[in-house]
Design a protein. Structure first.
Length: 275
């Protein structure tokens, strides 16, 4: 009985060895052949993508996210600067009491500067970095400009609905800062809950990352970018439609309060106090 068991074990080992040799002829490699002949084997699943290049993640997601976050704070700060300096009246007088002209004059230089920064980012990432796009670099840059305009519109709307300039900064932080985890680049949007997916679609950076992926990796046609351009267009138009009238109403009301002479008000207050 002992000899029979040893012979059976030896024949099984020889049979497995012959199976492994036959499997190598199919081109599956030593690792694949070993998995076929082993009775028990372990599978390893990494929590993250171990093959992802960190430079690709840094250039395609983190750097543009930081750029757009900085633009959001720049736009908000440029608008509320007139509030905390109590110079709303002078600002609107220089624009002939036109809120649209005042916003264009205030935000256009910042928009132009950040456009140059985004162009530098594309040159650094797609040019010097070697991550050449499969599609059009112009379409890639156009989607970045639309994303920048969407953050500009969001800044106007936030400044219009925020009761104080400090609260405007808080809302801007809550809107722009959490954008990085919701873009779908590091974690697929299909793994998110429906509520989180809806919030991600309200962020301009999400649509820019989608457009960037289509031009950088897939080489999509301009016609294939219709959903991305349409979504970014809505994120531009809707905040401007509601933000400019609300900001006009808010700041013109503050302008009327600033028209009163502070010296005369102080003298009236002192007379009442003395009496």
């Amino acid at each position: 009985g002992g000899i029979q068991g040893d012979i059976s074990g030896l024949m099984s080992a020889l049979k497995l060895q012959q199976t492994a040799k036959s499997s190598l002829a199919t081109g599956i490699g030593p690792a694949g052949a070993r998995r076929l002949v082993e009775v028990v084997h372990s599978d390893f699943y990494a929590l993250g993508n171990m093959g992802m290049n960190f430079n690709a993640f840094l250039g395609s997601n983190l750097i543009p996210g930081v750029l757009f976050l900085g633009s959001m704070f720049c736009f908000v700060t440029a608008i509320i600067r007139e509030d905390y300096r109590n110079s709303i009246k002078d600002w609107l007088d220089n624009a002939d009491n036109s809120m649209t002209a005042a916003l264009v004059g205030k935000l256009a230089p910042h928009y132009f500067i950040y456009s140059l920064i985004i162009l530098w980012y594309l040159a650094l990432f797609a040019g010097q970095g070697g991550w050449a796009p499969s599609g059009s670099l112009f379409v890639w840059f156009a989607s970045a400009l639309m994303c920048l305009a969407a953050f500009l519109g969001a800044a106007i709307l936030i400044c219009a609905i925020a009761p104080t300039w400090r609260f405007a900064l808080v809302v801007a932080s809550g809107y722009a800062a959490p954008a990085l985890p919701f873009t779908g680049f590091s974690i697929p949007t299909d793994s998110m809950s429906p509520v989180v997916q809806f919030f991600a679609e309200l962020l301009p950076l999400t649509w820019f990352i989608k457009g960037q992926s289509q031009q950088w990796v897939m080489g999509a046609n301009v016609l294939d970018m219709g959903e991305i351009f349409s979504s970014l267009g809505l994120l531009i138009i809707i905040p401007l439609i509601f933000g400019i009238p609300l900001l006009k109403r808010k700041y013109f009301r503050k302008e009327k309060n600033l028209k009163a002479d502070p010296v005369s008000l102080l003298s009236i207050f002192n007379k009442k106090r003395s009496s």
